[in-house]
Design a protein around this ligand. Structure first.
Ligand SMILES: Cc1ncc(C[n+]2csc(CCOP(=O)(O)OP(=O)(O)O)c2C)c(N)n1
Length: 555
């Protein structure tokens, strides 16, 4: 029988699966249930009373067995005594895993015995992971990820010590659990630049019926590899608008269609940084069994879909190259590609009904030069842009790393300073006014164009179900205002243009796009919140209807 603490059983199961074989244990009550579990799970257990010595014994075991060894100590000063051996392990690149039991945080500093801040106590020699005594499944998944990350760290940098701090609250000693849980173990694969995936990974991809490649933010194109990947039809490629590849219409179409459709990939290869779209993320989190292989060049472990079972340490370019080498068309890939690609240009046939942010992007898309750069602001603008700007020759950027609105205009200015072509900054009003100081720059290039969507506040907040229930929405949450950028533009020496309707927009766009303008140009388009919201819902309906072959009546 195992103990009744789910997080302790989870840790035991993962140590077993990793696998750790040897555990050096020190006496104590708080760590007693950990020791009980290690004994019950038939680890090779070595008792040593003095923690300082025990840690060196574990270090010696690392040397003789050439594998990671765990050391389990109780709370308080017991942990501090492991520091000399941990430091030695750090300088010797030895994978020593120090597991400390901890008392509840609220007793720190309350004159309670053996209670001190334990997390990070072994820094800088060992990275610390603070586990949690989870109650919900989501917290349990997070704990699983933390343990996996700690275990993977043991082998990084040629081997290193790691500290796992395990809070254990009372009651401590109940042992009624028959089996250890089935826990997700994340395995790590190293793949040199230009190197290939392991045979196991290739076999896993080959065996899947609908393997998909989800690609988030990435700034470098990989056109050749992507072309081969597309031609092979062995994987369904779903890049996002900020992935720097062509084909982002697919993820945009899926985003609007997914809640209704039976899309069941059975393997995800996850490349790149942040995503804009939400539905795919939510769907993949919900799918009961769809393993995720994460391509990750850094030591990080982003488990975006909560299903990662493997991390491959290689660059996105190399991963795409390897994926491009996988041949053998799959029926489900071909079928889904066909369905999605039939709609690739559907938004271009869409006729916006109202003068709105989406309608203006529709108009801009038709006249924008293909060889310019786009710096797109966060919030509604990047989502609306996803309908219209698949890459072609353009470069598209967005500060999506943190999704902040504070620096989009400054980033566009910086980009324009270093780019010989035209830079178009598409930005919402709150993002613009927040960052207007970006225009206070003596070198502001005349190649810079700013399209400011002034919808009098944070439009995005009107999309959030339930938020319309509060009277605080308009004045405080969406920060409604009636400010215009005219004064700002003029005081910083920009050419200022404005459009309140389509009649005004046409000629203003013409001037806006003129590369001969001697000053940077700001075009402020004033739209109404209700029109924007109606158009957003309408284009969504249109995309869905297009899929089902029922072209929507457009007028
Ligand atoms: C620095 C920072 N502060 C606050 C937020 C929260 N936030 C997200 S979207 C948004 C509103 C953006 O409004 P706007 O730029 O006008 O775009 P719209 O949705 O109206 O097109 C805010 C305040 C954020 N992302 N970043």
């Amino acid at each position: 029988m195992y103990c009744d603490k789910p997080h302790v059983n989870q840790l035991t199961a993962l140590l077993k699966a990793y696998p750790i074989h040897h555990v050096v244990v020190c006496p104590g009550s708080r760590n007693g249930i950990l020791v009980h579990n290690f004994h019950a799970a038939q680890f090779v257990v070595h008792p040593v009373t003095d923690e300082r010595s025990a840690a060196f014994v574990a270090l010696g075991l690392c040397l003789s067995t050439r594998e990671p060894v765990a050391l389990c100590v109780t709370s308080g000063s017991a942990l501090l005594n492991t520091l000399p051996a941990t430091a030695e392990a750090a300088y010797r690149n030895l994978p020593l895993l120090v597991i400390s039991a901890d008392r509840p945080q609220e007793w720190i500093g309350q004159l309670d015995g053996q209670t001190l801040p334990q997390c990070h106590a072994l820094m800088p020699y060992a990275r610390s992971f603070q586990l949690n005594e989870w109650k919900t499944a989501t917290e349990g998944q997070w704990n699983n990820l933390l343990i996996n990350e700690a275990l993977l760290q043991l082998k990084q940098n040629g081997g290193q010590p790691v500290h796992l701090n395990v809070p254990i609250s009372e009651p401590l000693f109940n042992f009624h659990t028959e089996n250890l849980p089935q826990e997700r173990l994340i395995v790590e694969e190293y793949c040199q630049e230009e190197g290939g995936f392991s045979p196991a990974t290739l076999a896993q991809i080959q065996a899947a019926e609908l393997p998909i490649v989800i690609m988030g933010q990435y700034e470098k194109g990989a056109l050749e590899a992507v072309a081969a990947l597309e031609a092979n039809n062995a994987l369904l490629f779903l890049p996002e608008i900020i992935a720097g590849q062509t084909g982002s219409w697919r993820s945009n179409i899926l985003e609007h269609w997914l809640p209704e459709v039976d899309f069941q990939p059975d393997l995800v290869i996850h490349i790149g940084g942040n995503l804009v779209h939400k539905q795919t993320k939510l769907l993949l989190r919900k799918l009961p069994s769809c393993p995720v292989i994460r391509i990750e060049p850094s030591p990080a472990l982003p488990d975006t879909f909560r299903k990662m079972t493997k991390v491959i340490r290689t660059s996105p370019e190399n991963a795409l190259k390897q994926l491009a080498g996988i041949t053998g068309a799959k029926a489900k890939v071909v079928e889904w590609k066909k369905r999605l690609d039939l709609c690739c240009d559907c938004t271009l046939h869409y006729s916006p009904q109202r003068y709105s942010d989406i309608g203006i992007l529709h108009a801009l898309r038709a006249v924008l030069p293909s060889d310019c750069a786009l710096q797109v602001g966060n919030s509604s603008v990047i989502r609306n842009a996803a309908h219209y700007f698949d890459l072609h020759n353009r470069r598209l950027f967005c500060n999506r790393g943190l999704n902040g609105i504070e620096g989009s205009l400054s980033t566009a200015v910086g980009y324009a300073l270093g780019y010989e072509g035209m830079t178009f900054c598409l930005i919402g009003d709150l993002s613009f006014f927040y960052d207007q100081n970006a225009l206070w720059n003596q070198q502001l290039p005349s190649r810079l164009r700013i399209l400011l969507f002034n919808n009098s506040g944070g439009q995005i907040f009107y999309r959030l179900p339930g938020l319309d229930q509060t009277p605080a929405l308009s004045p405080y949450i969406a920060a409604s205002h009636h400010t215009s950028a005219r004064g700002v533009a003029e005081s910083y020496g920009l050419t200022y243009l404005a459009a309140h309707n389509y009649e005004q927009l046409g000629p203003q766009l013409e001037r806006f796009l003129d590369p001969q303008e001697e000053r940077p140009v700001l075009l402020e388009v004033f739209t109404q919140r209700e029109d924007n919201e109606n158009e957003r819902i309408r284009i969504k309906e249109y995309i869905k209807a297009y899929f089902y072959g029922k072209k929507m009546e457009q007028d």
